[in-house]
Design a protein around this ligand. Structure first.
Ligand SMILES: Nc1nc2c(c(=O)[nH]1)N[C@H]1C(S)=C(S)[C@@H](COP(=O)(O)OP(=O)(O)OC[C@H]3O[C@@H](n4cnc5c(=O)[nH]c(N)nc54)[C@H](O)[C@@H]3O)O[C@H]1N2
Ligand SMILES: Nc1nc2c(c(=O)[nH]1)N[C@H]1C(S)=C(S)[C@@H](COP(=O)(O)OP(=O)(O)OC[C@H]3O[C@@H](n4cnc5c(=O)[nH]c(N)nc54)[C@H](O)[C@@H]3O)O[C@H]1N2
Ligand code: SF4
Ligand SMILES: [Mo]
Length: 743
């Protein structure tokens, strides 16, 4: 049989690397980086290679499962849809639309079918009970960026190829490969920065892989970033270092920021941060005096009680030091399709917009405000448990495993058992989907077409890349967008027999009408060769900032051209460029440096400046061979040293009587887990690190490889009541624990 070479973007993490995949028949022979890829230039990590194991994993589901008398049995797709219709509709009829909840997880961000069609299911359900991994992750950054720049995905990105100083807080891109910043081969780019005389500085409670290669690393007490950042802003004003540079006429709120940070002198915050006042001043001065400099913060700065404030202050620093919207500083990507901050469609006017707002509705039990259409994930258990109007009785989970990935997973597991009905779209029978009544499997990534909807909006360089499926899917296996449309039709009472393609045609026509009005028919005709997400993609590319405007601009982009560039590694659209004011979508048409809700929340921080540090707190950790909770079943990644260890500083180990390699019990109130101790001076004294996504020893899951070394579930230790009040994001780090040697 002949060998075929395919080029495919890796869908496993935000780096979006281009892969070269060789196949013979239906066998994967090899996976390596695609050297010609215009964006990732051959870079790859071990997870990319593991796509072969994922494709071949015997535990990966290939047929729908229906639970009958407590046991899962294989079913046809028609049987599964019929079961959902039969069980779900009476619940909606009896208890109303809010009786259904939907939870969508991280892999959906990497699937065009799930990302562009999930909203259709949520809208068809008409429920307020929509949850996602965003509130375990980046919602603070999205809210802060939305308030400042006008859209949830208008996130400023370090121009790493041209900067001379990069300050990184709460991110470890050497393990995570970058987040809210699509930057394959961060290490290579950081080394190039250092080679041209630039500096990388890391602020992290652990001396991470990224910190180890940095020019300087400062430990910080978990959760204290807001104090450090506010004191740096304070220093800029106190030492007259504020200089807005090219964006000065487009920024409002500078005076209000100056007033708001007045209490945060470096001396006032030093103990709280564990960083000296001199160091804080010096960080601020270096940032101000380096012409090309950038500050980047990620999950460590989000998953804490001041997550939105910290995310905001990072961009306040970038702005006040003249680094916003300049080469070598922080720039905004201009994505070829689906960007809400590009002219794109006629309704989307450059420079001003609706901005963002929160609290259009509230969680029933806690009263937490809606943010970006969602309620906090940490409200899910109580919304299922608490009786009354609007109680969740039926749940859809889509590509998510919250029993492991959300705080107080054991509580959620119990709550899921009380549901009247649960449907999971997932590729595994795992810790969460074992609670479902019906599981609908997605395709293998190698059987799926791919275009990144979200990540080009967060990319270090502009690009457009499309991957066709490597293998054909089984004849009866639907694509995930089709499943989503079927579910949407069922909950609308249109019947399980409805034709998903016909529904899609009708909905596309509606979208075209809404966006293009009198030109809708021409748009429908121009994109008629495609269906499903491909058709939406063609429309978005053609109407987008580089688009062919449906034939008006002959040298512009369309899907056919992007497809044709697949083997050449995609289409490079150049370095990021300054985009203010055109990219703004705030009602004022300005960068809002001082959103009132943030100034108000800063007072909460001001009252906590002298807060005492607990003796021991816990934080998370990522390893390059893991991906949240779901890749521990792949042999190539699972081999090697055991990774789910609790890192403890030698002083803490001595104080607590812990031995290297021995087991310890970790306690947080009534919650406890056991984990293996690894003594390491990588840790800041008083801080323990345990990775999340482990704990594969729960009965009923079908993950043979993962179960061999299950590890401990960090989220069994965390409380689901701690949140950043503005964004609803969970607090996943800096939580006080106690630790004892296990007997
Ligand atoms: N303590 C602590 N907890 C954390 C974090 C932390 O740092 N510390 N990080 C948080 C973050 S950032 C995130 S994003 C969340 C992630 O949490 P989740 O969004 O729940 O994601 P995963 O745990 O990765 O689970 C992904 C699920 O999707 C399934 N899946 C994989 N591919 C596909 C597919 O193609 N189709 C379908 N239908 N399903 C698929 C997998 O089998 C798995 O069940 O975890 C959060 N939890
Ligand atoms: N290999 C691998 N890659 C991944 C993932 C994975 O699970 N495995 N998950 C993906 C996902 S969903 C995401 S969201 C991204 C996340 O990408 P990153 O944000 O880079 O994630 P981490 O590697 O967890 O780095 C967070 C860092 O914050 C530090 N930290 C903890 N608390 C604090 C604090 O209070 N302040 C400061 N300054 N630092 C703190 C931690 O020690 C850690 O080094 O990674 C993605 N990529
Ligand atoms: S860094 Fe690894 S997992 Fe992430 S996209 Fe690249 S190859 Fe895939
Ligand atoms: Mo994430």
């Amino acid at each position: 049989m002949t060998e075929t070479t395919h080029h495919r973007i890796c869908p496993l993490c935000e780096a979006c690397c281009g892969l070269e995949i060789k196949t013979r028949g239906n066998q994967v022979i090899s996976i390596r980086g695609h050297d010609a890829d215009v964006f990732s230039a051959g870079y790859i990590c071990p997870k990319g290679v593991a796509l072969k194991d994922l494709h071949e994993d015997p535990d990966r589901l290939r047929k729908p499962l229906i639970k009958r008398d407590g046991v899962f049995v294989e079913a046809t797709w028609d049987e599964a849809y019929a079961e959902i219709e039969r069980r779900l509709l009476p619940i909606l009829a009896a208890h109303g639309r809010n009786a259904a909840g939907v939870v969508v997880g991280n892999p959906s961000a990497h699937k065009i079918g799930l990302l562009t069609y999930f909203g259709k299911l949520a809208r068809a359900l008409g429920t307020k009970n929509v949850f996602s991994a965003s509130t375990l992750d980046q919602m603070p950054k999205q809210l802060a960026s939305g308030l400042m720049f006008g859209h949830w995905l208008s996130v400023a990105l370090p121009d790493i190829a041209r900067t001379d100083y990069l300050l990184v807080l709460g991110a470890n891109p050497l393990a995570s490969n970058g987040s809210m910043w699509t930057v394959p081969d961060f290490k290579g780019k950081a080394k190039a920065l250092q080679a041209r005389g630039g500096k990388l500085v890391v602020i992290d409670p652990r001396r991470t892989e990224t910190a180890a290669m940095a020019d300087a690393h400062h430990f910080i007490r978990p959760g204290a970033d807001v104090f450090l950042l506010a004191a740096m802003v304070h220093t800029l004003f106190a030492e007259k270092l504020v200089s807005l540079g090219t964006v000065s006429e487009w920024v409002v709120g500078v005076d209000a920021v100056q007033q708001a940070v007045a209490p945060f002198t470096p001396e006032a915050v030093a103990t709280r941060c564990g960083i000296s006042a001199d160091t804080i001043r010096s960080l601020a001065r270096t940032l101000a005096s380096t012409p090309r400099a950038a500050v980047y913060g990620r999950i460590g700065t989000c998953t804490q009680q001041y997550g939105t404030l910290a995310s905001w202050l990072i961009d306040v620093l970038n702005t006040l030091t003249g680094h916003l919207d300049v080469p070598g500083g922080m720039l905004f990507a201009k994505s070829a399709a689906f960007g809400q901050n590009t002219a794109g469609n006629p309704a989307n006017k450059p420079g001003v917009g609706k901005g963002v707002s929160t609290g259009r509705h509230h969680a029933r039990v806690s009263g937490a405000p809606e943010v970006y259409g969602e309620l906090p994930m940490t409200c899910l258990s109580e919304e299922i448990e608490t009786p009354g109007e609007g109680q969740i009785k039926a749940l859809f989970t889509v590509a998510t495993n919250p029993v492991l990935s959300s705080p107080d997973g054991p509580r959620l597991a119990k709550a899921l058992d009380t549901l009247e009905f649960m449907v999971s779209m997932d590729i595994y029978l795992n810790e969460t989907t074992r609670h479902a009544d019906v599981i609908l499997p997605g395709v293998s990534p190698l059987e799926d077409l791919h275009y990144d909807v979200a990540f080009p909006q967060l990319s270090w360089r502009n690009h457009a890349r499309y991957s066709p499926p490597v293998f054909e899917r089984a004849p009866d296996q639907p694509e995930e967008w089709q499943t989503m449309l079927k579910l949407a039709a069922i909950v609308q009472g249109k019947g399980a027999a409805v034709d998903a393609n016909a529904l899609d045609d009708a909905q596309f026509a509606e979208d075209a009408q809404r966006l293009f009005g009198q030109h809708a028919d021409a748009v429908i005709a121009a994109t008629a060769r495609y269906k499903g997400p491909q058709r939406s993609l063609d429309m978005a590319l053609r109407a987008g900032p580089y688009g062919d405007q449906f034939g008006l601009k002959t040298d512009g982009l369309n899907l056919a051209k992007v497809m044709a560039s697949n083997h050449a590694g995609g289409i490079d659209l150049g370095e990021l460029q300054p985009r203010i004011p055109e990219m703004l979508r705030t009602p004022s048409g300005k960068v809002e440096l001082a959103p009132p809700s943030l100034l108000q929340d800063l007072q909460r921080a001001a009252q906590d400046v002298r807060g005492l540090a607990p003796d021991l707190v816990i934080i998370g950790r990522r390893d390059v061979r893991t991906n949240n909770s779901w890749m521990h079943n792949l042999p190539i990644l699972a081999k090697g040293p055991f990774r789910c260890t609790a890192l403890v500083h030698p002083q803490d180990a001595a104080r607590l009587g812990l031995q290297d390699g021995a087991m310890a019990s970790l306690h947080n109130g009534p919650r406890s887990v056991r984990a293996q101790v690894h003594i390491s001076d990588e840790m800041m004294p008083g801080v323990v690190s345990l990775p999340h996504g482990w704990g594969h020893d729960l009965p009923g899951a079908q993950l043979q490889v993962a179960a061999e070394r299950p590890g401990a579930n960090l989220n069994a230790l965390l409380d689901d009541q701690l949140r950043d009040p503005l964004s609803g994001n969970a607090v996943l780090g800096g939580v006080a624990i106690t630790m004892t040697a296990a007997i």
